[in-house]
Design a protein. Structure first.
Length: 208
């Protein structure tokens, strides 16, 4: 099974070489474009709309950075580069009262199997915000539905965790949703601080 990524942050993929301690960079996106531009379309595609809450009762409308059909706006995009090597994904409340946000993925462009997958991210914290970095099986596009396609939540922060905790979870047939296999991480500082942190997974054939 190969996975494609849905991310809210900078990203890189490394493959393991002959020895357990050596890694070789296979692919990365450093988001080094000019301020206000969209991420590289050779690496990323974008969701549009709401899709009935995406299974999580989500209220926001997802806007690609080049979509100018309301409630989306290219003058005030939800996804853009800041010119300093950072990707910015922001939630925006429009004048009509609609919340918009961004959701980007490598589906159909960059599939990955085994290795070390990392993203360096600064997380927003607040009611209704759910930053996440995760992978889905590429076979979901061929009619293999979730959770049979597999899912690896590399990092999630949800309001119910309080600002102290993130989590990582694996979902699959027989172990999905509330029965997923995972673990929470509690920040030593007692809160998700305002700095950048690297979140990742090391994926072998038989374990993560």
């Amino acid at each position: 099974m190969r996975l494609w990524l849905l991310v809210l942050g900078a990203f890189l993929f490394l493959a393991q070489s002959a020895t357990a301690q050596d890694w070789g960079l296979v692919w990365s996106d450093e988001f080094n474009g000019p301020a206000g531009t969209a991420p590289d379309p050779n690496n990323w595609t974008f969701e549009t709309g709401n899709n009935n809450g995406w299974g999580n009762n989500e209220l926001e409308y997802y806007c690609p950075p080049t979509n100018n059909t309301p409630p989306c706006s290219t003058a005030n995009p939800n996804i853009q580069l800041d010119g300093n090597g950072n990707l910015v994904i922001q939630a925006i409340k429009t004048q009509s009262g609609t919340w918009t946000s961004g959701r980007m993925k490598t589906e159909g462009l960059q599939p990955f199997q085994y290795g070390r997958i990392e993203a360096r991210m600064k997380l927003p914290v607040g009611a209704g915000i759910w930053p996440a970095f995760w992978m889905l099986g590429t076979n979901i596009a061929s009619g293999v539905n979730w959770p049979n396609c597999g899912e690896q939540d590399i990092m999630e922060w949800v309001p119910q965790y309080t600002p102290t905790t993130t989590s990582s979870t694996i979902h699959g047939p027989g172990y999905s949703g509330g029965s997923g296999i995972g673990k929470k991480f509690v920040f030593p500082s007692g809160t998700v601080d305002a700095g950048f942190h690297t979140y990742g997974v090391i994926w072998f054939q038989d374990k993560m």
